[in-house]
Write a protein that binds this ligand. Structure first.
Ligand code: LRH
Ligand code: MN
Ligand code: MN
Length: 403
């Protein structure tokens, strides 16, 4: 009798925690996740893939309608605003039409021929200036759209030892990033993403979180580090990096995805859901940390899965893993850790991970007047069939494009 009373109140307690966690959880979808993508060996065109910025906003709006948790869409400047600030009005119109806002602004310093030997770390001052101009324009786009984060991924690096000065390139990057930071307003932030390899295969100028943290510090107080989960060597303890960035108040956000081998950009949680649970746990266990300071973003490209299905699946999976992390009883865990009751601590941690939170997510969606089964709702809505019919011919003709 007493057990059942206890378990009812336990369930209520769990539900309260999960509802509170989900109410505060938002995740940004990438515009490029709706477009045709592929590998360096080729692209497989999908009939329903978005080939214009309007279609990307339409798709992002639909993901948000289905999940209620994805109100912003990350924009890649070259792909989504090819005319720079001149495209801001178009974006504003799309925001109003589809009910989702522009999220992080991602400058593109990796596609133009002039960046063959680097952008902000290029030995040629003229090229560095062109890169800075693009960054400054991205800052202006952010201001005009009221978007908080300018999110930088610098693809610079070299392929052969001795072919470039690693040290001088650090100085050049410091200069450009500081100038970019100086141009931001008080509400803007700069996120510095790191990646150890690809496209460069000997050295990458911003290869890990230490380098990103240093550059962020030199740039200024509103520059933070962005952790893309796919940008680590195998075996790296990513949640430990997250803990250090939280401790040093320099965690700006995430690009979530999963991988088996390299930067595979697979659906988050598809290969190792426990890892994302552990990352979320570092955040929810940090006293005073609110998710407002951390930009949760998806950075995935689904070459084989349907784009819309994959994106809805990703948002839902992120919610499930966040909810599971929120279930860890922090007080009890701390007590067990302090007494070094190792197995009990681990079991408490693991039990939260193994809890099936899906019934509670359904209850939360019902309470918030959202579709109770977002993936099912996507299927029955006919949205994918409709966009496939509308966009199919154009997609076949285009052969697929990231823009
Ligand atoms: C680089 C990266 C970066 C880019 C995106 C398209 O691998 O993660 O964030 O902007 O992919
Ligand atoms: Mn990324
Ligand atoms: Mn990547």
């Amino acid at each position: 009798m007493s057990t059942s009373i206890a378990s009812t109140s336990d369930l209520q307690h769990q539900q309260e925690r999960i509802f509170a966690a989900l109410d505060g959880f938002r995740i940004e979808v990438p515009s490029w996740g709706f477009a045709n993508t592929g590998t360096r060996f080729g692209k497989f065109v999908q009939a329903g893939a978005a080939t214009s910025i309007a279609e990307k906003f339409a798709d992002a709006g639909e993901v948000n309608r289905l999940t209620g948790a994805a109100p912003t869409v990350a924009l890649h400047v070259l792909w989504d605003l090819p005319n720079g600030t001149a495209d801001v009005e178009t974006i504003r119109g799309l925001e109003a039409e589809y009910g989702v806002k522009a999220g992080s602004i991602n400058p593109n310093l990796f596609q133009s021929q002039e960046y063959k030997f680097g952008s902000i770390a290029n030995p040629d001052a003229g090229v560095r200036k062109a890169a800075l101009d693009h960054l400054l324009e991205s800052v202006e786009i952010g201001k005009a759209l009221g978007s908080r984060d300018v999110s930088l991924w610098i693809a610079d690096g070299s392929n052969y030892p001795g072919s470039q000065s690693i040290r001088r390139r650090i100085e050049w990057m410091e200069e450009v990033l500081k100038a970019t930071h100086d141009a931001m307003n008080e509400t803007q932030r700069m996120l510095v993403e790191y990646k150890p390899f690809e496209p460069a295969f000997y050295h990458t100028d911003i290869a890990d979180w230490g380098m990103a943290l240093h550059l962020a510090r030199v740039a200024g107080p509103r520059a933070k580090v962005l952790v893309d989960t796919g940008h680590h060597y195998q075996g790296t303890n990513i949640e430990q990096i997250v803990a250090w960035l939280l401790h040093t108040e320099s965690l700006g956000g995430f690009h979530f995805n999963d991988r088996k081998y390299a930067d595979d950009d697979l659906t988050l949680g598809s290969i190792d859901p426990y890892q994302l649970f552990r990352i979320f746990h570092e955040i929810v266990s940090t006293p005073g940390e609110t998710t407002d300071n951390i930009a949760y973003m998806i950075d995935q490209s689904h070459n084989l899965k349907g784009k819309m299905e994959a994106m809805v699946q990703s948002v839902v999976t992120a919610q499930e893993l966040f909810a599971r992390a929120a279930l860890v009883d922090q007080e009890a865990l701390t007590a067990l850790q302090d007494e070094c009751r190792l197995v009990e601590a681990e079991e408490l941690f693991r039990s939260a991970f193994w809890t099936d939170v899906r019934p509670m997510l359904r209850a939360w969606r019902k309470a918030r007047s959202l579709p109770v089964e977002p993936l099912q709702e996507l299927r029955t809505s006919g949205y994918v069939e409709r966009i496939s019919a509308e966009r199919g011919a154009r997609n076949q003709a285009s052969g697929g494009s990231y823009a």
